[in-house]
Design a protein around this ligand. Structure first.
Ligand SMILES: Nc1ncnc2c1ncn2[C@@H]1O[C@H](COP(=O)(O)OP(=O)(O)O)[C@@H](O)[C@H]1O
Ligand SMILES: [Mg+2]
Length: 248
């Protein structure tokens, strides 16, 4: 079992990303982190996911993507983390064009993106700490470095006291917060969340939004899909609305 250090010699979330972002803002510059140019996605069965989408996201942005079921929200995020390839147009993330990006290069890009799903996707037979640590183990981090990173990630989502619990011992909200800790444990500059509050009651949904807002205040760019209009209004961030594959 992964043992967390009791003394905090741990890494923090607000160091480099926030500094770069603050420096850029001070200079009046905004750097682009995500760009979609004339992007169309047609699936092999002919279904259209996106039609002629143009988007620019700047470092430090927090944006919602809304739209009815089937409007293309998940497709948009999948293109950004390389789970699907655009049929036409350019998808640029962190300076990489995802057209034809495969293997190692795609894996490297994904390390700089935290992804959160509606259904958490935790490993059932692993503790909270192990679920969060797993991604770092896979990337060859040392045991010490893993310990140093897992603790602040759990602290960020308020789950220090649940580190040794298994997913089935957690509420839905706690499971989703575990998955957020896993997404941010290697301090990515970009977090993509696909309906992260879809299975949660309003209180737990709001907790998730608060955590994402906190991350964003440290300079992390956040893009999240939802069809919860109330949540969007309460969170008060800009919205991209999709309808039938178009941004409207
Ligand atoms: N893997 C797939 N194969 C074929 N069609 C798909 C696939 N994924 C999504 N689609 C289609 O693309 C459109 C957009 O889907 P999606 O991006 O999942 O929408 P949303 O997330 O807004 O509900 C829908 O018509 C859907 O049926
Ligand atoms: Mg979806």
């Amino acid at each position: 079992m992964l043992k967390l250090p009791t003394k905090s010699n741990s890494t923090s979330f607000n160091s480099n990303t926030a500094k770069t972002s603050a420096e850029n803002m001070a200079k009046g510059q905004k750097s682009v982190i995500v760009k979609l140019e004339n992007v169309r996605k047609t699936y092999t069965n002919g279904a259209v996911g996106l039609r002629d989408v143009n988007i620019e996201l700047y470092k430090g942005d927090f944006k919602f993507i809304t739209g009815h079921s089937g409007s293309g929200k998940s497709t948009l995020l999948k293109l950004l983390y390389g789970a699907e390839q655009a049929t036409d147009g350019d998808v640029i993330v962190n300076g990489f064009n995802l057209n034809g990006l495969k293997g190692n290069k795609l894996a490297m890009l994904r390390r700089k993106i935290g992804i959160v799903f509606q259904d958490y996707k935790l490993v059932p037979r692993r503790t909270v700490a192990e679920n969060v640590a797993f991604v770092l183990m896979a990337q060859g981090y040392t045991y010490k470095e893993i310990q140093r990173r897992v603790q602040p990630a759990l602290k960020m989502v308020g789950l220090m006291d649940k580190a040794d619990c298994f997913p089935e011992e957690l509420s839905g909200g706690e499971q989703q917060r575990t998955s957020i800790a896993r997404a941010i444990v290697n301090t990515p500059p970009l977090v993509l969340a696909d309906e992260p509050t879809g299975n949660l009651d309003p209180d737990n949904a709001w907790q998730v939004i608060k955590i994402l807002k906190k991350l964003n205040s440290f300079g992390v760019t956040v893009l999240l899909t939802t069809h919860d209009e109330q949540l969007v209004r309460a969170a008060n961030h800009p919205v991209l609305h999709l309808q039938n594959g178009y941004i409207v």
